[in-house]
Design a binder for this molecule. Structure first.
Ligand SMILES: Nc1ncnc2c1ncn2[C@@H]1O[C@H](COP(=O)(O)OP(=O)(O)OP(=O)(O)O)[C@@H](O)[C@H]1O
Ligand SMILES: Cc1ncc(C[n+]2csc(CCO)c2C)c(N)n1
Length: 280
């Protein structure tokens, strides 16, 4: 059982008013790794994050997205650090361009695992290796998976499945990093079984459009505080949530500065961004 603080207030430093933008990425109290999947890149999300990222990993065809997201003159200022996958989606000219610029290209033809999983394994290697290094950068690691939603449902559910496994079966990455899934619409993370304290970013996340959704079987016992519709009320100490069962929690709202969640089984926690409500 884990007892953890999930603090996305660090996003306020990045999606902030001008005063924070002077900070160098080396001066951040944490290290950012970006993982791009093969979906359209939104500049209002990507550009501020890029400035602060130490590793930028493209899952295969995400390399084409990054290449075409910037003009010829600006492309060299937005290089990834790694491209990983079976490389059946990356264009040859794109790979050649990035190779020439010194980007690490890691080809893995395995057809039983997605490029998403291959990229997560690479991140695990990079972060775990770093944590064993003498001259290590020992700041906490924030991994941000960019633009994972809104495309193919098989790919999206596969990404959720892989992440869920990383929290339950293979905890090595979880122990070395905090992973969020981010696009212009939502901020999503997994909560392993345990007790959690959640603090959201004021600049990016909205207090409405909140969800608690179990994706790894039934969450037998759950109790929350700080939400408009809490689970486990005064009469019954715990509630249960089950995808396809009686209830899951969607369109919930945050009403206190800190949300607490006590859950017997892992869950997905998701908030909606302010950008979503501004653009909808
Ligand atoms: N339409 C999509 N919707 C959501 N995620 C996607 C979509 N297409 C690709 N991805 C994500 O980006 C990663 C890289 O995708 P890419 O298109 O390069 O390879 P792929 O051959 O389609 O995927 P894979 O080989 O992983 O099955 C995928 O592993 C997946 O996580
Ligand atoms: C049961 C099962 N279903 C689908 C695939 C196919 N598959 C899964 S991941 C992937 C992409 C590799 O980049 C491919 C082709 C499989 N191997 N096993």
């Amino acid at each position: 059982m884990s007892n953890k603080i999930h603090d996305t207030t660090y996003l306020d430093l990045i999606f902030s008013e001008e005063e924070f933008k002077e900070i160098a990425k080396e001066d951040l109290p944490f290290k950012i790794t970006l993982m791009l999947v093969n979906r359209p890149i939104t500049h209002e999300i990507f550009d501020p994050l890029y400035k602060f990222a130490s590793n930028i990993i493209c899952c295969d065809g995400a390399s084409n997205r990054l290449y075409h997201a910037f003009s010829d003159s600006d492309r060299g200022n937005h290089l990834p650090t790694h491209i990983v996958g079976d490389l059946d989606s990356s264009k040859t000219e794109v790979i050649d361009y990035y190779k020439e610029k010194g980007v690490k290209i890691i080809k893995d033809g395995d057809q039983d695992h997605t490029d998403f999983e291959k990229a997560l394994n690479l991140i695990k290697e990079l972060l775990v290796k770093n944590s064993e290094d003498e001259s290590k950068d020992d700041r906490p690691n924030k991994v941000i998976v960019l633009f994972p939603f809104g495309g193919r449902i098989d790919q999206t559910l596969s990404s959720m499945h892989v992440l869920s496994r990383y929290l339950t079966v293979d905890a090595e990455l979880k122990d070395n990093a905090e992973i969020i899934l981010l696009d212009q619409n939502s901020v999503t993370q997994y909560l392993a079984a345990g007790e959690h304290e959640i603090r959201i970013s004021k600049n990016l996340e909205s207090k409405i459009g909140v969800g608690l959704i179990p994706l790894s079987g039934k969450c037998e016992n759950i109790k929350t505080s700080g939400l408009k519709w809490n689970l486990g009320n005064s009469e019954e100490e715990f509630s249960s949530l089950e995808f396809g069962g009686e209830i899951i929690s969607t369109s919930n709202e945050i009403i206190e500065d800190v949300v607490t969640i006590e859950n017997s089984h892992s869950l997905m926690w998701t908030t909606t961004t302010k950008l979503y409500y501004e653009n909808d």
